[in-house]
Design a protein around this ligand. Structure first.
Ligand code: SF4
Length: 221
């Protein structure tokens, strides 16, 4: 059973121009990114008052008239077992007509495809942490600094494939974005932009690529 963060937010700040309901799954994360703002609160902290999916659905239904999109985030929401993801997303589908978007790192490509094929999700917003398509063995330090651990070549290849699949299957709800980590050279983001542009051209899509400002925890306190 997936447990949900008790503070469900209705916000305009997540997806430009849209009122979304933002729901965090307490599903942990396989990374520990540089100064992750969610780490202590969403990943480490125990939440005895966590919500069930039925309680989350009640909140969705209370706001059905004002929300335009339902967004699931984490941690890494897709770290939950696939059968639990299917069960919960199916319940949400049955309870609301609003599009469902999942924020993800793109690490669990196989689960992304399964949920997509089952019609459980309308879009993925993928946090492209690094220009994976250009990484070499010399970049191991920067990978570790960014993600808190290294990546095998198999993991990198799978994420490259997943990004391509996200652009290829976009039906208007997908997005790729990067966080402007202060230690990354600006060329990293230009390279990501070029890559996504090429994929869009290849698949005749218009998946947006956004660069988000790095937010320091001190700014939020
Ligand atoms: S993937 Fe996201 S939630 Fe996980 S550590 Fe990185 S920034 Fe935090």
């Amino acid at each position: 059973m997936i447990r949900y963060y008790p503070h469900v937010q209705i916000t305009l700040a997540e997806v430009s121009g849209k009122t979304v309901i933002l729901i965090h799954g307490l599903t942990g994360c396989m990374f520990r990114c540089y100064k992750c703002i969610n780490y202590d609160e969403i990943i480490l902290k125990r939440h005895p008052d966590a919500l069930s999916i039925d309680e989350v659905i009640t909140i969705i239904q209370q706001h059905e008239n004002i929300i335009e999109m339902i967004v699931f985030s984490g941690g890494e929401f897709l770290q939950a077992p696939i059968e639990h993801l299917i069960l919960d997303l199916k319940k949400v589908r049955n309870a609301s007509i609003k599009p469902i978007v999942i924020y993800t790192t793109g690490y669990y490509g196989e689960k992304m495809r399964m949920l997509w094929e089952k019609g459980m999700v309308d879009g993925y917003h993928v946090d492209l942490k690094l220009p994976y398509h250009l990484l070499t063995i010399q970049d191991e330090d920067i990978v570790t600094q960014t993600l808190g651990r290294s990546l095998s070549q198999i993991e990198i290849d799978q994420m490259i494939e997943t990004i391509e699949w996200v652009v290829k299957t976009d039906k208007g709800f997908n997005q790729i974005r990067s966080v402007k980590y202060p230690f990354l050279h600006p060329s990293a983001f230009l390279e990501c932009q070029v890559w996504i542009d090429l994929l869009n051209k290849k698949y005749h899509k218009d998946t947006p690529y956004e660069i988000h400002r790095f937010v320091n925890l001190n700014e939020l306190s």
